[in-house]
Write a new protein. Sequence first.
Lengths: 159, 451
Amino acid sequence: MKLKLLGAFGAALMLAACGHSDDKGASTGNGAAQQTVSGVVPGSQADLVANVGDRVFFPFNSNNLTSDARSTLNRQSEWLKRYPNVQVMVAGNCDDRGTEEYNIALGSRRANAARDYLVSLGVSSDRITTISYGKDRPISEGDNEEAYAQNRNATTSVR
Amino acid sequence: MRPIISDKEADILSDMLLPRRTMLYGCAAVGGVLATPLSSAFAQSGDNAPGAAEITVDRARNEPIPIVVPSFGSGNGATITQVITDDLNNTGLFRVISATSSSATPDFASYKAMGARAVVTGNTSGGRVEFRLWNTLTGQQIQGTAYSFSGSAEVRRVAHMIGDVIYERMLGEKGYFNTRIAYVSQTGRRSNPTKKLAVMDYDGANSRTLTNGKWLVLTPRFSPVSNQVAFMSYVNDRPRVYLFNLQTGQQRLLGDFSGISFAPRFSPDGRSVVMSVTRGAGSDIYVVDLASGSKRQLTSSGAIDTSPCYSPDGSQIVFSSDRGGKQQLYIMSASGGGAHRISYGSGSYAGPVWSPRKDVIAFVRISGGFSLGVMAPDGTGERILTKGYTVESPTFCPNGRVLAFCNQSAAGAGGSGFSSSIKTIDVTGFNEHSVRTPTMASGPSWSSSNT
């Protein structure tokens, strides 16, 4: 989806978000912001990050959706229904406590879990692609339990 | 290049020259290496004939074999001296005694007094290097070969070839110095790294990158028989297994799967590549025939079946699977079926690779931290070789005596202190070394000795 106008805040977010399909640098984490942030283009990546929450987090070596994850995905599904032309990519990510190859598969599991839940809420599967980065795109660059928890996620980005 | 070869030893050398050279330099016009046997000063029969090893090295930790390596001269000669010395010393099996003289007839009495078991003599003149290997105790020449080469790019390779001959004549098994390692070069922030496919000599020299870094690449795997590397590329955000032809620089997709294809590994004959493909919450193992492109599904457990690796005879495949809960190692028939579990220790097991010697399977064990170990194919005799914050991606050198692997340190806040490098270690667990690379590095894959 191409964006024609951006406010200053949205532009800053989008600069970091547009790289290639990888928005993690721009995000505000679980982004459970309920109030609408002004200055962002409705239906944009910045809108998703600021007003909906672009990512959900997983327990260690698991693709189980927690209640927090489900509520974020509930908001994502509502948002996707509001903007029916928006296509998204869900990327599964892992902490670095597994091997590279296993984590590609585990990240795929997580992306599919998020995708399947969105589809169960009525979002067309045609609008969602999935990808797994394994342990190659850690949001948090450190190595401790807090960082691991941040890095076990499925992140939705506008394509 | 037309080798003038008469004896069997030199035949072995000439066999590995042609494919290797065309691969290394692609279209670049680089002169070939010519190997010719040198007769002994004493004209004894049996020169250069492959025979019994001078020294038997078993799996135990041995006292390094003292061997005299003299200066091969200045310029190219100095490079050759250094490369041979490093090759032999890095094995941990030799202790090189340097010497200034490289006269035709060594002073055996003085070298014997120094404890040297063997003496090398040699010199370099223009594009020609001569070397002889002598038994210090008997004063007999074990090997003598002259190499002609053109271009400084081939100097290191000639030195590695000489090192391989010394290694083989002394130990009775093929050396691994004239080999390369494919790996992933990493730069940039840890959270969004630039990763490029790269190839270097086994000792880290002559490293070059093969992709531009626009898309993430992972897990390169050298073909055992040809100048190709199978690897995973995220090109166009569709992560899949590709084949990279080192000679032409061209890439092609391997297999046509709707899921993510990953964890490629060649069959021992180089004709097919086995890999994982995601499906639902799991990953299945497939084999793709390179010539026809046909694919065959080998597992369908619904769990994550990944990191498949053939036995050296191609009859079996070891892989990791979480079908029983935690990831463990399983062996199945190469046609699929008959999978049985072989790992039973605490924690999880991953990333198995079968030794070219057949006798052990190397693996990553995650139990608290990461460690690298080996076990027999029946699951017995597990030994841990090394530990680290992250140690993974083990790969055997062609004779199975040494493993290269990826070693990563833990990062502090903001990624500070993070490092990723390639190390080598003997299958005995001794002699751990770092391989110097121009950038951070991961995912090593050792070439065979005949590519």
